[in-house]
Design a protein around this ligand. Structure first.
Ligand SMILES: [Zn+2]
Length: 342
C-alpha cells in the first residue's frame, strides 16, 4: 500500500490528477456509501461503515473542489440530453442504515447536496436489526474464545472463536437458525449470543447499531428532499429466479411508494450481484436505472442498468478519494482495459 500511496503522490505532483480531471470532466461519478458509525463499526467493517468526521471531510472536498452534486434522476436525464455539467457527482447510500438519517443527512443539508438512498425494506418493516451484519460484529467484538451455544437453549455445539474455521461454523449455524425464524426470533438470537459473549446488547440497541431507519424516519428524510429508491425487500437478487425477483422488487416498491410519494424506479443491486439475463426482468418492472458495485465512471454510452460506482468507506484515505474523484484511477482502468483487449 505504501508503494501505491507513493505512486499516487507522485502522479498528483506531476499534474496527472489535474489532467485526468479535465479529460474525464464530462463523465458522471456516482459515489456509494453504506453506514455511518454510531460506535466503533468502522473498525469492524471499514468498507461498510465510516466515521462521521470522514464523511464530513469528503463532502467538504466535493464542495471546495468544483464538483457539481446532482440528484440521480437529473444527472441521468442530463447525461441523455448532453447537458451534464463538468465534474458531475451523484451521492448514493445503500441499505438505509440508521446513522445516515441522523448523521449524514444534516451534513448533506449543510452543503445542499441531494442524495439517493437505496432502501432494503424487510428489516425496516420488521423494525429488526440487520442480522448477518450484527452477528458478525458480536463475534468480532467479543474477547470470549469459546461460544457454548448448547448451554443457551439455541442448540448447536461449542465453537472455538479463536480459529476462522470455528467462527465460520458458528456463523453458519446461527445463520441457519435465523433463516428459520421471524424478526423477533432473530433479535432473540442476537441478544442471547451477545450475553454468551459478554457483550451488552442493550447498549447496541440504545445506540441503534445495525438498525435501518424506521418508516417514520424514512418519511421524515423524504420530506426533507432525500430520494428513496429500490434495493429489494429481502436484500437478495444475484442468484434468484424471475418470480423471486419480481416479488422482492414489487414488495420493496409497495413499502417505499407511500413513504416517498414519488416514483420509485431506480434500483441498486444488493451486494452488487446480478447476471445479464436478470436485466430485462428489471426493465419490465419499470426500473429505469440500476447501480452496481463495480468501479467506473458513467458516460452517455454506459448501459443504464449497469451503472458503476465508487465505493467509499473508512478504508479509503484522502489521497485515494482524490485520485478516484479526479478521474486519475478511471483513466488507469480504461488504459488497463485497452491493454487487456489489445
Ligand atoms: Zn445493500
Amino acid at each position: 500500500m505504501v508503494n501505491r500511496q507513493l505512486f499516487l503522490k507522485i502522479a498528483k505532483g506531476l499534474g496527472a490528477f489535474a489532467l485526468a480531471r479535465r479529460f474525464t470532466r464530462r463523465s458522471l461519478r456516482i459515489l456509494c456509501y453504506h453506514g455511518l458509525s454510531l460506535d466503533d463499526e468502522e473498525q469492524f467493517q471499514p468498507k461498510l461503515f465510516m466515521r462521521i468526521d470522514t464523511f464530513r471531510s469528503r463532502m467538504r472536498y466535493l464542495a471546495e473542489n468544483g464538483y457539481a452534486v446532482l440528484p440521480l434522476r437529473e444527472a441521468l436525464d442530463r447525461l441523455n440530453d448532453g447537458t451534464l455539467p463538468d465534474r458531475a457527482v451523484v451521492i448514493t447510500f445503500d441499505d438505509g442504515w440508521r446513522g445516515i438519517g441522523t448523521l449524514a443527512v444534516p451534513v448533506l443539508e449543510q452543503h445542499r447536496f441531494p442524495a439517493t438512498i437505496y432502501v432494503t425494506t424487510r428489516d425496516v418493516v420488521d423494525e429488526a436489526p440487520v442480522f448477518n451484519v450484527a452477528i458478525r460484529y458480536l463475534l468480532w467484538k467479543s474477547r470470549v474464545r469459546m461460544l457454548d451455544l448448547g448451554s443457551s437453549g439455541l442448540g448447536g455445539d461449542e465453537y472455538d472463536l479463536s480459529s476462522p474455521a470455528g467462527r465460520n461454523r458458528a456463523l453458519e449455524y446461527l445463520g441457519e437458525l435465523a433463516d428459520a425464524t421471524d424478526a423477533e426470533g432473530r433479535t432473540r438470537i442476537l441478544s442471547t449470543v451477545a450475553g454468551l459473549l459478554g457483550l451488552d446488547w442493550s447498549h447496541l440497541e440504545r445506540l441503534g447499531m445495525f438498525r435501518l431507519m424506521t418508516t417514520k424516519e424514512l418519511t421524515g428524510i423524504a420530506r426533507r428532499g432525500v430520494d428513496l429508491q429500490l434495493h429489494t425487500h429481502d436484500h437478495l437478487f444475484g442468484s434468484m429466479d424471475r418470480a423471486f425477483v419480481e416479488r422482492t422488487v414489487i414488495r420493496n416498491r409497495e413499502v417505499l411508494t407511500p413513504v416517498t410519494g414519488r416514483p420509485v424506479e431506480h434500483f441498486c443491486f444488493p451486494s452488487g450481484e446480478y447476471s445479464p439475463e436478470q436485466l430485462p426482468w428489471l426493465a419490465s418492472l419499470g426500473v429505469v436505472s440500476a447501480t452496481s458495485c463495480a468501479a467506473g465512471f458513467v458516460t452517455a454510452a454506459t448501459p443504464r442498468l449497469e451503472l458503476g460506482r465508487f465505493l467509499d468507506g473508512e478504508n479509503i484515505d484522502d489521497l485515494d478519494f482524490e485520485a478516484e474523484l479526479s478521474g486519475f484511477l478511471e483513466v488507469m482502468r480504461r488504459l488497463r482495459a485497452r491493454v487487456k483487449h489489445g
